[in-house]
Design a protein around this ligand. Structure first.
Ligand code: MN
Length: 268
């Protein structure tokens, strides 16, 4: 059980680095996972940029977003986003909150997110919007109170993505990899959609049926493994740590990856 947990923490650390490396998250934003053995708890990093997160950085929280052990390090302020979604959705195992630039034109105008290619279906069709001002008036826009997190979780409903007007996006998944997959491909889709909107307003969206069928890809092991290996390789190339992925895959790619890493080091 201990090794399962340490593997899970390594994977969550890599997930944080992947979403950073793929341009979804910068200094702010975070990825969490539900405790694999204790459903009433979750793990979220201490307050630091996701690109720097290591397996030792995670703090264990209950679903009221209270730390199980009082940490000596600073915590993220928006952790109730995670706790309240885990509370409302027992099947959700991972949550990511981000402010990806690709979404900002949508979040500023309130335009619907539309899947314009098959992988964009992981964000759903017209996922719900949530505006903190509607219920809470003027705030500093951070989701920090339990009631604010609960309101966001209600807006998410049965969806996998909720758009936070003038703020960011929150994505849920049935696993850490599912959540990252949804984050990356919904962000790619948002960029393509906004680019398309600059040349016309007749966006060709997937149909409801197409989106349902295509969106199932993030639940399929083949696609998840393939994407995860690719993103892990990109983290390693960028000089980050992809140990969890390297240890999981067979030895051949691990040996191969030694050479380019050296030559890259020389180029620097
Ligand atoms: Mn935020």
């Amino acid at each position: 059980m201990a090794s399962n947990l340490s593997e899970a923490r390594a994977e969550l650390s890599l997930a944080n680095r992947i979403v950073a490396n793929e341009g979804i998250i910068d200094a702010f934003g975070h990825v969490s996972m539900r405790h694999p053995d204790i459903p009433g708890r979750y793990f979220l990093s201490r307050s630091r940029a996701p690109e720097l997160v290591t397996p030792d950085d995670f703090i264990e929280y209950d679903l009221d977003s209270q730390p199980v052990r009082q940490p000596t390090v600073t915590q993220y302020s928006e952790r109730v986003i995670h706790g309240e979604i885990y509370k409302a959705r027992p099947e959700v195992m991972s949550v990511c909150h981000h402010h990806c630039p690709a979404f900002m034109p949508l979040l500023a105008t309130g335009a619907d997110y539309l899947p314009i290619f098959h992988l964009g279906a992981v964000g759903g069709i017209r996922p719900p919007y949530w505006d903190q001002h509607d219920e809470f008036g003027d705030t500093n826009m951070l989701v920090v109170k339990p009631e604010e997190g609960a309101s966001l979780a209600r807006a998410l409903g049965r969806n996998w993505m909720v758009l936070m007007k003038r703020h960011g996006v929150t994505v849920a998944g049935t696993s850490v990899r599912d959540c990252v997959f949804r984050c990356v491909f919904s962000a790619r889709n948002a960029a393509y959609q906004v680019q398309s909107m600059t040349i016309g307003d007749n966006i060709a969206s997937l149909s409801e049926g197409e989106a349902r069928l295509a969106g199932a890809i993030s639940g399929q092991t083949t696609g998840l493994v393939r994407a995860w290996e690719y993103w892990s390789m990109r983290v390693a190339k960028a000089g980050g740590i992809a140990r969890a992925a390297a240890a999981k895959s067979d030895k051949k790619p691990a040996k191969k990856s030694g050479k380019p890493a050296k030559s890259k080091a020389k180029r620097r």
